[in-house]
Design a protein around this ligand. Structure first.
Ligand SMILES: NC(=O)c1ccc[n+]([C@@H]2O[C@H](COP(=O)([O-])OP(=O)(O)OC[C@H]3O[C@@H](n4cnc5c(N)ncnc54)[C@H](O)[C@@H]3O)[C@@H](O)[C@H]2O)c1
Length: 469
């Protein structure tokens, strides 16, 4: 039998085999980057979803990220593989990354707040069942603090006799800039057990990243600090957005300009300039879910004051979306019934096709409730994803929602434009030409402060931006 040492030497020589469970927005790009940077490692990304795997094996990838296709094309078939054969790839692997979804629970105890860990748990059970040798199991998914305890329990109770080490390695990439973030991360965080075997496992995972990441950017901690750091980072980031959005409401009431306030405070080195852009609200699959999860954990550990502090961040975000719709109604004579509104952008941010928790969902749902007709254009989001996110069928949408091939087409004949995603191409729209083809008075509600309102007013629009009079 192969000794632990010879296996370790094999890994050092670059013979390590990685299997990642979950071929989503995190699993796909992260593993593609590891495979590109570590040509001596074999990386298999597995998923239950055949359609997703087929797309990863084509040039029409299931997710849009600038630069992703090139990296996948370079490594795919060489040392990067996408497969639905979960068991075989798990058996072969020395290191298993768990990168499955951890959504907010929508049933039973903790519904609406706690993370649903059933997918993580089923991965741990599968790893234990297939066996195949000793393994390091890496939590890549965002999980509540102490989840590694559950994973360890499942693995250590397995009768297969293999040894497992559990390591936490949360992912900090941001969609839209994922490849840049992965190539040059602010830090890589690795948490593990504090005994000798635990430290060895952390070292081995760090060894993967050392292929392209400088030593000083690799932070190691204990398991619980690593798990909690990911939730904390997302809570702080979302909190900044809700803070500046709260100030945007006050700006609109007082004549201050939120962009000027952001610039003025951002020059304070203690505050810093990033993440101070006011908008219609934050979205994406993570911020809300992770704060709700943090809130739930605080409640669970008997800290209701801390829970209510963080839940305000989500409440402020909901308020901002509703305030945006309220402003549309207020300015359009309190009704949009039967009026046509162009929706420019639907993804939760530019450079991604992800619509999970996009503020566009809440805004469009409210406008539809108010009986507006929508003409929607997004450069990367498919009509099917939009309908799914709204909970509408194609038949229900007929006559109420029109999907358009470009921004100018979407605006044609409408009473108002709501810009909801900051896609660069919207900066190049010919607003004079668009204005001419709209019903008058023509309104422009900029949910991202992307277009200079003075330019829009010159074209003839009644223009409204976030946090500006
Ligand atoms: N999306 C982001 O920007 C981001 C950033 C950092 C961290 N995260 C975290 O990473 C995790 C994954 O997020 P995502 O956005 O990639 O999710 P995703 O929904 O895009 O992908 C998850 C994939 O896991 C697969 N899956 C679920 N259970 C499985 C199982 N038992 N076996 C095989 N495949 C299974 C699903 O089919 C799906 O394709 C989450 O915990 C998330 O919070 C996400």
């Amino acid at each position: 039998m192969e000794s632990q040492d010879s296996k370790y030497i094999g890994r050092v020589l670059g013979l390590m085999r990685i299997c990642c469970i979950g071929a989503g927005y995190v699993g796909g790009p992260t593993m593609a980057m590891i495979a590109q940077k570590c040509p001596n490692l074999t990386v298999a990304v597995v998923d239950l979803n055949q359609e997703r795997i087929d797309a990863w094996n084509s040039d029409d990838l299931p997710i849009y990220e600038p630069g992703l296709l090139g990296v996948v094309q370079e490594a795919r078939g060489r040392n990067l593989f996408f497969s639905t054969d979960i068991d075989e790839n798990l058996k072969e692997a020395d290191v298993v990354f768990i990168s499955v979804n951890t959504p907010t629970k929508d049933y039973g105890s903790g519904a609406g707040q706690a993370a649903d860990l059933r997918y993580v748990e089923s991965c741990a059970r599968r790893i234990a069942e297939v066996g195949g040798g000793d393994k390091i199991v890496v939590e890549k998914s965002t999980v509540p603090v102490r989840t590694a305890h559950m994973v360890k329990e499942i693995l250590s109770e397995s009768p297969n006799g293999h040894a497992y080490q559990v390591v936490s390695n949360p992912e900090f990439l941001a969609e839209g800039t994922a490849m840049r973030d992965l190539a040059n991360p602010d830090r890589v965080l690795i948490g593990g057990g504090t005994d000798e075997e635990g430290r060895k496992a952390v070292e081995q995972v760090a060894g993967i990243y050392r292929n392209w990441i400088p030593e000083e950017s690799i932070i190691t901690t204990n398991l619980w600090s690593s798990e909690l750091s990911k939730l904390t980072a997302n809570a702080f980031l979302a909190q900044r957005i809700s803070s500046i959005n709260a100030i945007s409401a006050l700006c609109e009431a007082t004549g201050a300009d939120v962009d000027e306030v952001a610039r003025a405070i951002g020059t304070d080195s203690r505050i810093g300039p990033k993440f101070l852009k006011s908008s219609v609200g934050f979205g994406g699959s993570c911020f809300q879910k992770d704060i709700l999860n943090l809130t739930y954990l605080c409640g669970h550990f008997g800290l209701p004051e801390v829970a209510s502090y963080w839940s305000q961040v989500v409440e402020m975000n909901d308020y901002q979306k509703e305030r945006f719709v309220g402003r549309i109604l207020d300015n359009m004579f309190n009704t949009v019934s039967g009026k046509s509104i162009a929706i420019l952008g639907y993804a939760f941010k530019k450079d991604t096709n992800d619509v999970r928790e996009s503020p566009a969902i809440a805004v469009c749902q409210r406008l539809l409730e108010e009986k507006a007709d929508l003409r929607i254009y997004d450069p990367k989001v498919k009509a099917t994803s939009i309908l799914y996110s709204l909970g509408w069928t194609e038949e229900e949408a007929s006559g109420r929602i029109t999907f358009c091939g470009d921004a100018e087409e979407a605006c044609q004949g409408t009473h108002a434009i709501a810009l909801l995603t900051e896609w660069d191409e919207f900066k190049d729209i010919d607003f004079d030409g668009v204005f001419d083809k709209m019903s008058k008075p023509a309104y422009f509600f900029d949910g991202r402060n992307l277009i200079d309102p003075e330019l829009l007013r010159k074209a003839g629009f009644r223009a409204f931006a976030i946090g500006k009079e």
